[in-house]
Design a protein around this ligand. Structure first.
Ligand SMILES: Cc1cc2nc3c(=O)[nH]c(=O)nc-3n(C[C@H](O)[C@H](O)[C@H](O)COP(=O)(O)OP(=O)(O)OC[C@H]3O[C@@H](n4cnc5c(N)ncnc54)[C@H](O)[C@@H]3O)c2cc1C
Length: 377
């Protein structure tokens, strides 16, 4: 293994996108524990880019990422990073107030169309008659996670960077201002700067280096796929979501997928779907739509990992030199990855700050250190 300027731990979308940007300025190596990139959260998501996720900060990061997805840099990819898919938020009569509030909030980021019951059904004929209100963002994007991951990897390699798979970091120490990293297979390498992009495992990786964890909470989310009723216009269906976080569904490779939007706390692991959430997805699908989920074609689960304030942590640790945090992207790590990578580049290399509505302070991992050290806590 070589000894680069910057060692990135974690080959998910966070680590690969940051590595691709950093490799324009420095030698970069990514260490990934699994045999392939994107094996965990980045390969298990709903792959949407839209503004109904998270809060204002997440929306600002999403907005700042959008142009990258629409027009990737030359040489990044041979295939589109996504295609247009409307996002419909549907509401029953008793959910109308919540829909109005959401419309006002999201209207700052996207042009929304208001739909009455006829409009809702025209866009999504599967919904039951009690879905009488809706707002739709016609410009949302269904991402291609594979293309995003591979594009970043391609850029990393084109700039002379490297990816080492099956390289789980098991020890990290600091010697004469250089981080020394050892993997499960006994390989060792060193670098002045370490970027901790280990997803759900990022607190554990920090502990290996003697760095205080930021308090990450991985939460499991489940997706099932099943057949759509014959004649469903799958190529025109939106990504449809309830006003409360109860259900979303969308077309998926000739079928439908649905999630009960579960958020079950979990240890970092190879997340597996639980029977309860699988059944809940089918139940909620039948509750809100006219679809009968008679046979589940496939199921999977992944972890969405949150910091204590639900905002990502990106920045140097307050209690160790040159140890950089890039974690806690929650449920929006794919759609915010271009902006987050540019932020990492700015904080490590000193390029211009890329997102006007987000500050380094907003993302600074030291906010959790200060909280932990507060005499009142
Ligand atoms: C069901 C579901 C739906 C989602 N929907 C969306 C969506 O629609 N839009 C969106 O933007 N986001 C969505 N997300 C969230 C998104 O998938 C995550 O925010 C994102 O993938 C996090 O990327 P990551 O690189 O931090 O984590 P990961 O992809 O988990 O990558 C971390 C990597 O670090 C590696 N690693 C861990 N420990 C070590 C170690 N010691 N040494 C070396 N490597 C290590 C792991 O093997 C892993 O590959 C969804 C997630 C789920 C689960």
């Amino acid at each position: 293994m070589n000894n680069p300027d910057i060692l990135v731990i974690g080959g998910g979308i966070a680590g690969l996108s940051a590595a691709a940007d950093l490799s324009k300025h420095a030698s970069v190596t990514v260490l990934e524990a699994e045999e392939q990139v994107g094996f965990h959260s980045s390969g298990r998501s709903a792959t949407m880019l839209h503004y109904f996720l998270g809060d204002r900060l997440v929306r600002a990061l999403t907005l700042a990422s959008r142009s990258f997805v629409e027009e990737p840099p030359s040489g990044f990819t041979d295939v589109p990073l996504g295609h247009s898919m409307p996002v419909l938020i549907h509401a029953r009569e008793d959910e109308r107030e919540a829909l109005d509030a959401l419309e006002a909030e999201i209207g700052l980021f996207a042009k929304l169309e208001r739909l009455d019951s006829r409009g809702v059904r025209a866009l999504c004929p599967l919904l039951k008659d009690d879905a009488v209100h809706g707002i739709v963002d016609h410009n949302a994007i269904r991402l291609d996670a594979h293309a995003l991951l591979q594009g970043n990897l391609r850029q990393l390699r084109a700039n002379g960077g490297a990816l080492v798979t099956s390289a789980r970091t098991v020890s990290i120490s600091r010697d004469s201002g250089i981080w020394q990293v050892r993997t499960e297979t006994g390989d060792a390498c060193s670098a002045p700067i370490v970027v901790n992009a280990a997803g759900s495992w990022a607190d554990r990786v920090a502990r290996l280096a003697g760095v205080q964890p930021v308090g990450l909470e991985p939460r499991r989310r489940t997706i099932i796929t099943f057949d759509a009723p014959p004649g469903t216009p799958l190529d025109r269906l939106p990504f449809a979501k309830t006003i409360p976080d109860e259900l979303y569904f969308a077309p998926e490779s000739g079928r439908l997928f649905a999630s009960p939007m579960d958020e079950v706390p979990s240890d970092p692991c190879d997340a597996q779907p639980d029977e309860y959430e699988v059944a809940l997805a089918a139940y909620r699908m039948e509750e809100r739509t006219t679809v009968k989920v008679t046979r589940i074609h496939s199921r999977w689960a992944g972890l969405r990992t949150f910091t204590p304030d639900n905002h990502p942590a990106a920045g140097f640790a307050g209690d160790a030199e040159d140890f950089f945090w890039l974690a806690g992207q929650g449920g929006s790590g794919l759609q915010t990855s271009p902006a987050m990578a540019a932020i990492v580049e700015s904080l490590i290399v000193g390029t211009d700050w890329p997102v006007a509505d987000v500050s380094a302070h907003d993302l600074d991992p030291r906010r959790f250190l200060a909280e932990a050290h507060s005499p009142t806590k």
